[in-house]
Design a binder for this molecule. Structure first.
Ligand code: PMT
Length: 401
């Protein structure tokens, strides 16, 4: 199996003596039928020429941010969208430091900051730079963001010293990247469904009841699933968010529509219910615009509980059913009650009384409660929703396997 065939890799070459090894890396990738677009940082051009990279990769080489011809052909966001993964080789101490600080002062760092793709760093630097506490701290931070680090190795250095800091050999980097894509092919047998966002429950043709959900948490989960190779359906209430074509996005508006779309797309291997589905709908919805009046009494009736229905369904129930719990108090007690009553395998609880996490924030902090008592309940401390999602999906894969 050639897991690299037709894959798209965005290679970022930074300025270090090992930049020459990246040429060999490109050659090996091309032999596997991989497409490689390359960015050269300013200092990389001191070590390798754009011409040699372009000849080997048979693709355009990108250099400066906002260069008119780059932006016309492919802007930096499209370049990141184009790639299946991003590899930084060599990753110098300076680049590692910039990435850990979230800088975006050149094309390479801007693309990385704006990307939600998996990023592989292959550090290469002098042994003392490698051992410096600030490099260690920077890498620790990047690892916690989900960056994957390949190497470095121990050996003789160009500067005459011996120790850890040599860039991993191209054929070894290739093996690591190959096994990453093999993992995706393994997960590809899995299908996932995610619900996200709010629902709108109409009072009349122009007015509805809704809630503060932005869909960010559910969309991040769908993206993490796709990154790990899952065939993913995202059933979304009304949001402002966009997704790439590799997610099967089904847009709905009401809880009834979300319920129907969910049934139509099950069973899958895993279903994650992160939508803030309205618990009620208006009993006698008017099909004309209600006129202004002193008092208006609305009678509400219960919506179907989608999670509850799916969890208890014989043929539609996925192997792994994960619910969310939006709580403001007694989080553990309430979440565990939902776990039991709704018959799901996990409940992921978030404290929505805290405005800096949960609804409409880019961040979340969650506690995961498992039905299987052999698995210890755990807390994922406050992180970006994309990072929380990556961690959740790692646990999903562990459980499915
Ligand atoms: O969308 P964001 O702005 O990113 O915010 C994310 C979030 C706070 C909405 C999300 O993290 C979250 O907590 N989602 C669940 C919200 C919720 O409705 O919780 P609940 O405790 O009321 O419902 C429990 C579970 O039952 C949820 O999985 C919910 O999707 C499901 N449910 C509820 C009612 C219903 N009629 N059908 C359902 O499937």
């Amino acid at each position: 199996m050639n897991s690299l065939l037709e894959k798209k890799i965005l290679l970022i070459i930074c300025g270090g003596i090992s930049a020459y090894k990246s040429l060999e890396f490109i050659r090996l990738l091309k032999k596997k039928g991989t497409r490689v677009k390359t960015i050269l940082t300013k200092s990389a051009k001191e070590f390798v020429t754009p011409l040699s990279v372009a000849s080997l990769s048979q693709e355009k080489v990108y250099e400066d941010l906002f260069k008119a011809e780059n932006e016309a052909e492919m802007d930096h966001i499209s370049l990141s969208r184009w790639a299946d993964i991003i590899v930084v080789a060599p990753a110098t101490a300076n680049t590692i430091s910039k990435l850990s600080a979230g800088s975006s002062d050149d094309l390479a760092s801007t693309i990385i900051l704006a990307s939600d793709k998996n990023i592989f760093l292959t550090p290469a630097m002098n042994v003392r730079m490698w051992e410096h506490p600030s490099t260690k701290e920077n890498l620790k931070k990047l690892k916690s963001y989900g960056y994957q680090i390949i190497g470095p190795e121990i050996g003789d250095m160009a500067c005459g010293e011996f120790g850890k800091g040599k860039m991993t050999e191209p054929k070894e980097i290739l093996k690591k990247i190959e096994s990453y894509f093999e993992g995706l092919i393994k997960n590809k047998k899995y299908e996932a469904l995610v619900t996200a966002g709010p629902t709108n429950e109409y009072i009349d043709p122009v007015r509805f009841i809704t809630n503060k959900s932005s869909g960010k948490q559910g969309y991040a989960l769908a993206k993490s699933l796709v990154k790990k190779g899952f065939k993913t359906t995202l059933i979304s209430g009304p949001t402002e968010l966009e997704v790439d074509d590799n997610i099967n996005l089904i847009k709905v508006e009401t809880a009834d529509e979300m319920f129907k779309a969910t049934q139509d797309n099950l069973p899958t291997d895993v279903a994650i219910f992160s939508a803030a589905v309205s618990d009620f709908k208006v009993k006698n919805k008017k099909n004309y615009k209600i006129k202004k009046q002193e008092h208006l009494n609305l009678e509400l009736k219960k919506n179907n509980d989608i999670l509850d229905y799916v969890s208890k369904h014989n043929s539609l129930r996925p192997k792994l059913v994960i619910g969310f719990a939006a709580e403001t108090n007694n989080i553990q007690i309430n979440a565990k009650k939902k776990l039991e009553e709704k018959n799901c395998d996990w409940i992921i609880a978030n404290d929505v009384s805290n405005n800096s996490i949960g609804f409409n924030s880019d961040f979340n902090e969650v506690s995961i409660f498992y039905k299987n008592e052999k698995i210890k309940d755990e807390k994922l401390i406050m992180k970006k929703k994309s990072e929380i999602s990556d961690e959740i999906i790692d646990r999903v894969i562990e459980q499915l396997n």
